[in-house]
Design a binder for this molecule. Structure first.
Ligand code: NAI
Ligand code: MG
Length: 360
């Protein structure tokens, strides 16, 4: 059966980095007989220019039909002045929520070749390879009621609500356990169960799901301690599962342990493991059109797609290995440039990954 992949290059550097990721995807497809079929559409500012909306209905429908989606990035100063509801970022939020992409996977992996990019001591971060599983469509960012008001005494007050239902917790916990099973079978659930009712339910439901995963070692940690442990001894973690807000903060913190934004891929999955895969960075308008952006985060997002949506672990491993070899060869885009390395552009980096992949 062919794998239907929708490509949404987006804005800014999006089309440049996605072109390289597609080359790598096609090379992997040929080498491993993956049978991928690609179709293209627009999202974000590019979609606004073409359809007058950042996410057209037919694009959303195409996303529903596809087995997986590869996205570049959206946004840029060109669209900063249009009305908020039509801004590029709205298209991204809408496709995530419409496709119920509640399972956000953000790996933080430090390539040994880039060890000097981290601000932490080499012995703390060398060999770091952790995965944060963040709940993406619930919790305090979506909770109702939320309100800002003026109290009787004239004081301004505002509040948000942090709701989690059993089913929402169960499905993200299941993603966490599934990921742990694919890796080193250790899962740490992060909450604030000493204070929050929603976290107490979170912990309870995670414990229930754990019964289906006797092979996975489960631990719990309060979020404040997790923040400390991530900088003190991050290698104690393998997979972390947590709610939307804690995951937002901890995943940004963890990503910076690796030091380089141009290297970090991500996946957002729904219950059927349909996923949208994209680099963690944005559209980088400051360097768009110059052919100098780092395509590796997007290329590594393709690897995640093959691993998580299609269970093609060999092909996924091969892409990661090819990226590692290219770094071994001393090739670097500007954002990860270091002494004694050779600076290359977007296309040259993509070509080098394709060549390494073919030669594996
Ligand atoms: P950004 O991630 O686009 O850029 C931050 C800095 O990192 C810039 O100096 C940029 O040149 C550099 N950078 C990013 N990706 C790079 C790459 N692959 N290679 C080399 N350098 C890279 O974040 P910023 O500047 O805050 O946002 C720019 C636009 O992107 C905004 O319109 C923002 O809304 C949008 N954005 C979109 C996201 C998405 O589509 N998922 C995520 C974050 C921002
Ligand atoms: Mg964030």
């Amino acid at each position: 059966m062919s794998k239907n992949i929708l490509i949404l290059p987006g804005d800014g550097i999006g089309p440049e980095i996605v072109a390289e990721a597609v080359k790598v995807l096609e090379a992997a497809s040929e080498k491993y007989n993956l049978g991928v079929e690609l179709s293209y559409d627009d999202l974000g500012g590019a979609a606004y220019d073409r359809y007058g909306t950042p996410l057209a209905d037919e694009t959303l429908e195409r996303g529903r039909q596809a087995d997986a989606i590869l996205l570049g990035a959206v946004g840029g100063p060109k669209w900063d002045t249009i009305e908020p509801a039509l801004r590029p970022e709205r298209g991204l939020l809408k496709i995530r929520s419409q496709l119920q992409l509640f399972g956000n996977l953000r790996p933080a992996l430090l390539y040994p070749q880039l060890a000097e990019a981290s601000t932490l001591k080499p012995e703390v971060v060398s060999g770091l390879d952790i995965l944060i599983v963040r709940e993406l469509t619930g919790g305090i960012y979506f909770g109702q009621p939320r309100e800002r008001r003026v109290l009787d005494n004239g004081e301004r007050q505002a509040y948000d609500t942090l709701p989690y239902s059993e089913s929402e917790i169960r499905r993200i916990a299941t993603v966490g356990f599934d990921m742990a099973r694919l890796r080193s079978k250790k899962l740490c659930s992060v909450d604030k169960a000493n204070v929050l009712a929603s976290s107490q339910l979170w912990r309870e439901v995670v414990e229930e799901v754990a019964k289906d995963y006797p092979d996975v070692e489960l631990s719990h940690m309060y979020v404040d301690n997790a923040a400390m442990q991530l900088v003190r001894a991050p290698k104690q973690f393998d997979v972390i599962v947590t709610d939307n807000m804690f995951g937002d903060i901890l995943s940004d913190q963890a990503s910076m342990l690796t030091g380089s934004i141009g290297m970090l891929p991500s996946a957002s999955l729904n219950a059927q493991n349909k996923g949208m895969y994209e680099p963690c960075h944005g559209s980088a308008p400051d360097i768009a059109g110059q052919g100098i952006a780092n395509p590796l985060a997007t290329i590594l997002s393709v690897s995640m797609m093959l691993r998580y949506s299609f269970a093609e672990a060999d092909a996924a491993d091969a892409i990661e290995k090819a990226v590692s070899q290219v770094l071994d060869q001393g090739l670097r885009t500007g954002d990860i440039m270091a002494a004694d390395c050779r600076q290359v552009g977007t296309r040259e980096m993509g070509d080098a990954v394709v060549a390494a992949l073919k030669n594996l």
